[in-house]
Design a protein. Structure first.
Lengths: 244, 432
């Protein structure tokens, strides 16, 4: 569904991604794990057109996203849930959600938007309860739900999630991960999940990529990655001592 | 029947994406963790980042058996020893052995790949599989064992040797599939005859043979004498062991597990890449190995790539059955001769047994080749004229087909040494 080949991207002179290749099949949850600064967010920014990449290709159902603007990419069905949620604090939950339905500056038919809103409320009843509340007053977990809900209003087929568990208490993070699994099960979404919480990401995803200093050093089914000692040591916090 | 249908029947475009992803991550790992590769890449002025597509592969340096020997025992390992859960060594068909390692994931991958090959060869969980490969440092025994267990078949780890006992097991335990070298399969057939056990006493249906080159004639012989369907499979310890490729029941070449191995065929002299259909040396790059990744390993096995679709539905490319090794090619009086050519010829001749040995001597500056051929007992004693005719006939056929003259000597049945592992077909007494 999404196929990336030799992607190179960075900021100014700084090269962050070096020949990154990966793919996601329809209905799959793929995850990218890696340390801070490995290039995980850069990857998602490049896919969603927020950062222009220098080289390579990003094929979304045969279209090269590299040539398209972010609005067009969202319109095609590839939406980003940004790192740090980025909800509009001074707007209500409902307003935040409706913002997600503006695709290419054109608002959808009101009844369609209402349907979509209901679907999001069904998925996240908490948002329904807080519908009229200002987004800034929500807890971290609720803001994350709102950020996901907002992305859903653009009717994506591929959802890019950037560190959804960041800054959340472990229990809340667990709740968010179970919501992500539901997005696939109930909405049939294809998901690319970027996470620092490697254990949680690998346990809900099908396949994973390990990014180190902008390069993919390992890839494979999540169960294989969980069994890999390098992954355990570097990302699962096991085996810290005794390694030569 | 497929073991991992989604993998074995992947469409080409999807496969190639997976291959490049896996190749790039393998290169990133070997460059970081194997000093030998880093040095070699640096010398060639190449980094993993220079490889953006599968067509860039020829830019990477080859790895040879000598390189592995130079890094004996653990120099080519890409993980620390504590992550290695298994060590095997090459069977040392030629020269010193090399040591290879597996992580837990490697063992899992290996088991799955062998399970694919066994499934392609007709094996299911209902089979009783007798593994008559040696268990030990040789990858054959354990490789097939784990694969057969993965499928859920009932595995008999008979190991090699003691053929009479093997046959007793085969009959009593109702073995349905035999896994061995083809030459051992023939020995089993022969011992059966000696013991006076009819084919009907066996429950055998399938045979999966590998670890040495064997001709189609030999296959027919084995099939006929054991009453089985025989398939060929291929692998080598430097790459993973058995599990690289194997025939399906169509038997139109060996399906390569291309999602785990990148294959190329090159001219062994000029090293230039060859096109599909052209016979040359097989070169393999591993895509998923953790402990012992191999970059462009020159296998010295001679084969060619087949690209046409196979009716079995597997989409990966196939390789033709290995015709020999670049290093068992005999250069006799300047002519290239493979023992397998001589084997095919002998199988065509009535009255000969499928056991032979090629002895090469050098008298002065000339090579002298003697082919020792076993003949069935009934023609040996009384019929001198018949014997002479046969010698003459074989000599002419060999001279005609190989382009060199050889001596032929008939020997009594069972006088040539039998091997339980790989057959020793050539005795080269030349000091070259």
């Amino acid at each position: 569904m999404l196929r990336i080949k030799n992607l190179e991207a960075g900021y100014g002179k700084l090269k962050v991604l070096r020949k990154v290749s990966m793919h996601i099949r329809p209905g799959e949850i793929a995850t990218v794990i890696g340390a801070n600064g490995a290039g995980k967010s850069t990857l998602l920014k490049a896919i969603s057109g927020l950062l222009s990449s220098r080289d390579g290709e990003i094929l979304f159902e045969k279209q090269d996203l590299r040539k398209l603007t972010t609005e067009k990419i969202v319109f095609l069905g590839c939406s980003l849930v940004p790192e740090g949620r980025q909800v509009f604090a001074t707007m209500t939950v409902r307003e935040n959600l409706i913002l997600g339905s503006y695709v290419q500056y054109r608002r959808r038919k009101p009844e369609e938007v209402r349907e979509d809103l209901e679907r999001v409320f069904l998925l996240f009843p908490r948002l329904k309860e807080r519908e009229r509340q200002l987004a800034g007053t929500l807890s971290g977990g609720e803001q994350q739900m709102l950020a996901i809900g907002r992305a859903l209003l653009s009717r994506p087929r591929v959802l890019l999630l950037d560190e959804p568990s960041m800054g959340l208490a472990p229990l809340v993070a667990r709740e968010i991960f179970s919501h992500i699994s539901r997005l696939r099960k109930e909405l049939g979404l294809t998901i690319l999940l970027v996470e620092q919480n490697a254990r949680a990401a690998l346990s809900i995803a099908d396949r994973g990529y390990v990014l180190e200093t902008g390069k993919v050093v390992l890839q494979g089914p999540c169960e294989d990655l969980l069994a890999n000692r390098d992954v355990q040591r570097a990302y699962l916090g096991r085996d810290r001592n005794g390694y030569p | 029947m497929h073991w991992e249908q989604d993998r074995e029947c992947m469409d080409r475009e999807e496969l190639e994406q997976l291959q490049i992803e896996r190749l790039q991550s393998t290169l990133n790992r070997v460059y970081a963790h194997v000093p030998y590769y880093r040095k070699k890449f640096d010398e060639e002025g190449i980094t993993p980042q220079d490889i953006g597509s599968l067509s860039d592969l020829p830019r990477l340096p080859f790895t040879t058996k000598e390189d592995l020997r130079g890094n004996y025992p653990y120099g080519m390992f890409a993980v620390p020893m504590r992550e290695v859960v298994r060590i095997h060594a090459s069977s040392g068909t030629t020269g010193t052995s090399t040591v290879v390692g597996y992580t837990r994931n490697d063992i899992k991958t290996w088991s799955n790949l062998v399970a694919r090959i066994l499934t392609a060869g007709g094996i299911t969980k209902d089979d009783v599989v007798q593994i008559s490969f040696g268990y030990g440092l040789f990858t054959g025994g354990f490789g097939l064992h784990y694969g057969a267990e993965r499928i859920g078949a009932s595995v008999i780890p008979a190991s090699s040797g003691n053929t009479a006992r093997q046959i007793k097991i085969m009959v009593d335990y109702k073995t349905t599939a035999l896994v061995a070298t083809p030459s051992y399969a023939l020995q089993v057939a022969e011992t059966l005859r000696e013991m006076g056990i009819p084919m009907s006493a066996l429950s055998l249906k399938y045979g999966l043979f590998g670890a040495e080159p064997w001709s189609d004639r030999m296959r027919e012989e084995i099939q006929e004498r054991l009453g089985i369907v025989a398939t060929d499979n291929y692998g080598l310890s430097e790459v993973i062991g058995p599990g690289v490729s194997g025939e399906c029941l169509e038997r139109r070449g060996l399906h390569i597990n291309e999602d785990h191995f990148l294959v190329e065929v090159i001219d062994p002299e000029t090293l230039a890449p060859l096109r599909p259909g052209e016979t040359g040396e097989l070169v393999i790059t591993t895509l998923t190995k953790e402990a012992y990744p191999m970059i462009r390993y020159r296998t010295r096995d001679l084969t060619s790539i087949l690209t046409e679709a196979c009716p079995c539905g597997r989409t990966g490319r196939r390789m033709t059955r290995v015709a020999g090794r670049t290093d068992d090619m005999l250069i006799i009086k300047g002519v290239n001769v493979f023992p397998s050519q001589i084997e095919s010829l002998l199988f065509e001749i009535e009255g000969t047994e499928p056991h032979y040995q090629i002895v090469i001597d050098r008298k002065g500056a000339m090579d002298e080749v003697t082919v020792l051929v076993e003949v069935s007992e009934n023609i040996f004693f009384d019929q001198m004229r018949k014997q002479r005719e046969m010698v003459e006939f074989i000599r002419k056929r060999l001279a005609h087909d190989l382009g060199i003259s050889v001596e032929v000597r008939l020997v009594e049945s069972k006088t040539l040494a039998r091997s339980e592992g790989k057959a020793e077909r050539v005795i080269d007494n030349r000091r070259l």
